[in-house]
Design a binder for this molecule. Structure first.
Ligand SMILES: Nc1ncnc2c1ncn2[C@@H]1O[C@H](COP(=O)(O)OP(=O)(O)OP(=O)(O)O)[C@@H](O)[C@H]1O
Ligand SMILES: [Mg+2]
Length: 604
């Protein structure tokens, strides 16, 4: 009796219908899903020209009998589901009996398979859904499916394909996800003859993470094991000492399927808020085990989304799993103001020249934003200082004009008394009788931002700085595709990047930004931002570049010498808008003498 059967009409009608195959990556996913369902231990995927010319998937699973092989290529024929009720207890990746038929309809497909224990195999060939060959074939146990000339007969769909490189990147991304889903299976991916992924299949998730994300990430990962019955979570996650500026490396696997889920993402974000800096995210791979009755996989034609019957329960489980890891170790907390782990390491022990922490919390209203002080009469002459700025230490309160809105300058900085640095993060000044705190991070950001706006960095402007020691940068497949497609634009900007093994590039030069910049971080963040938006070499490319340039150069949590502070004040003074950082946060916060005296009860 054949294992594969045709589904009844009622079941067919109950299954999420829709486009199954839209690009090479979805073909690969379906074929690999089938191999996994067939119990394969090794799956080898080869693609040519982004998978459009050919995708070949070979597995060492159960194989099929000749009768099953013939049926497998027809619509609604499956060995995995008999009745609609079975959907509630699904353990296989497939269930619709639809994938092979859909692929065969839009390509030239050949299938060679030999059932375990059987003498001979069979070969079937189908073109555009029409059987063109069927016959015996010598073959190893297992199945090999080759899909050539995808969409050759459906030009409308062919038109929607991106470049070969981009399609290949998607295939790789998919396969990486699958390798993380099934550490017990060895995955191999060859792109045009080049091996780009090889997971060992030793059953260890960390080994799969190593194969997919590389050594740096693997070594930053911490095991997570958490239970909030009936939900079990296990996996790995990075602590705040390794973070990324996007969530591209957060993988959620629910009952063996990689899924996208806002709920799960929100749970991680929420749990990370006080630990990770704003805009930074952990890398994580979470396997969630949820009773099948708790989750509906039948909501998306590509099965990449699920519906949980109780969102709060899964949210809570993920939230607490993350908290349990982060909360264990308070030392890992990163302050909002710390820009990068590298900054954190660089920062010297806190030198508090001025300790406001001992004061009672400020009543609301005391902290002012950028509004110029009304308390001091200032002569009009100093509104646009022409004399060189001199931030000498002096006790003499200088009088300055009241800057009008729109033409304000921080003229007051001239002659301000530098009291020191608070928490290596805020510069503490006395200006006249006012106590002024300057957020050095925000100030520096603003300075660079305005500079870059006035003199946008283009290749020629920035210049190129050869790197004495080439810098290695690890990227995702999508980012790699972006780099490959924009090599010359990047070179114009000063970045000479060369491929260096799977997922890695070496930089031989970087733009000369005249700032102390962590080139590795700058490049990877720039590429992450650009590739996410799919931007090409155009204005936004330059804007992103300029923004990243200033972001990367920010000094936060860094001790500054008096002359560095003076320099910063000088630069700050020359700005069009010295009051807000590019993100709108205030740069200065002031306390008047009256406010302080009130706090001490000297006046009422
Ligand atoms: N690599 C393989 N090894 C063994 N059997 C396979 C393989 N690929 C497909 N089959 C058989 O062919 C049938 C049809 O495959 P197909 O992918 O079209 O549907 P499905 O996997 O059952 O459901 P879905 O459409 O959700 O993927 C499967 O049910 C399975 O029995
Ligand atoms: Mg299938």
């Amino acid at each position: 009796m054949s294992k594969i059967e045709r589904l009844d009409q009622h079941t067919i009608n109950s299954i999420a219908a829709g486009e199954v195959i839209d690009r090479p990556a979805s073909v690969v996913k379906e074929l690999v899903d089938n191999a996994l369902d067939a119990g394969a231990e090794t799956i080898r995927v080869e693609i040519r020209a982004g998978g459009v010319r050919e995708i070949r998937v070979r597995d060492d699973g159960t194989g099929m009998s000749p009768a099953d092989a013939a049926l497998s290529l027809e619509s609604h024929t499956t060995s995995k589901l008999r009745h609609v009720e079975d959907l509630d207890n699904l353990t296989s990746m497939g269930f619709r009996g639809e994938a092979l038929a859909s692929i065969a309809a839009v390509s030239r497909l050949s299938l060679v398979t030999r059932e375990i224990g059987s003498e001979a195999g069979v070969r079937l060939e189908v073109e555009g859904g029409q059987r063109v060959f069927e016959g015996p074939a010598g073959a190893p146990e297992g199945t090999m499916i080759s899909v050539k000339d995808l969409f050759y007969n459906t030009p409308a769909r062919y038109k929607f394909l991106k470049s070969d490189m981009a399609e290949a990147a998607q295939v790789q991304e998919r396969l990486c996800q699958l390798a993380l889903t099934r550490p017990d299976v060895s995955f191999l991916l060859e792109k045009d003859g080049r091996t780009v992924l090889h997971s060992p299949g030793n059953g260890e998730l960390l080994s799969a993470i190593f194969a997919v994300f590389g050594a740096d990430i693997a070594s930053a990962m911490h095991p997570v094991a958490y239970e909030e019955p009936p939900i079990h979570i296990r996996g790995f996650m990075s602590k705040p000492d390794y973070s990324r500026n996007n969530r591209a490396r957060q993988v959620f696997i629910v009952n063996g399927r990689v899924i996208r889920s806002r709920i799960l993402q929100a749970a991680v974000d929420e749990a990370c808020t006080t630990y990770f800096m704003k805009g930074r995210h952990p890398v994580l791979v979470f396997h969630l085990n949820v009773p099948h009755a708790f989750v509906d996989v039948n909501v998306h034609p590509q099965k990449s989304e699920v519906r949980f019957w109780d969102d709060r329960k899964v949210f809570s489980a993920v939230f607490h799993a993350v908290k349990a890891l982060l909360g264990d170790d308070r030392a890992d907390r990163v302050q909002e103001t710390v820009e990068t782990p590298a900054d954190l390491q660089r920062s010297a022990p806190v030198q508090q020249t001025f300790d406001l922490t001992k004061a009672a919390p400020a009543p609301s209203g005391i902290i002012r934003d950028d509004r110029p002080q009304q308390t001091e009469p200032l002569p009009p002459s100093a509104s646009a200082p022409s004399a060189p700025v001199d931030a000498r230490r002096t006790d003499e309160p200088l009088t300055r004009p009241e800057p009008k809105d729109g033409e304000r300058k921080i003229a007051d900085l001239i002659g301000s008394k530098i009291l020191g640095q608070y928490l290596n993060t805020y510069i503490v000044l006395q200006i006249g009788s006012r106590l002024v705190l300057i957020d050095q991070h925000a100030a520096h950001e603003r300075i660079l931002y305005e500079r870059l706006l006035k003199h946008p960095l283009k290749a020629a402007d920035a210049g190129r700085q050869p790197l004495l020691l080439p810098v290695e940068v690890e990227v995702t497949p999508a980012e790699a595709a972006y780099i490959d497609e924009n090599l010359s634009a990047l070179a114009d900007m000063g970045f000479e990047a060369e491929p260096f093994g799977p997922g890695t590039y070496v930089l031989r030069s970087a733009p000369d930004l005249k700032q102390q910049v962590d080139v590795q971080q700058f490049f990877s963040e720039l590429i992450a931002a650009l590739s996410e938006n799919g931007e090409r070499e155009d204005r936004s490319f330059h804007d992103a570049f300029a923004l990243k340039a200033c972001k990367s150069a920010i000094k936060a949590s860094q001790p500054m010498s008096v002359s560095e502070i003076e320099h910063l004040l000088e630069d700050l003074q020359s700005l069009d808008n010295p009051y807000h950082c590019p993100h709108g946060r205030p740069i200065t916060v002031e306390f008047t003498k009256t406010e302080i005296e009130k706090r001490f009860g000297r006046i009422v």
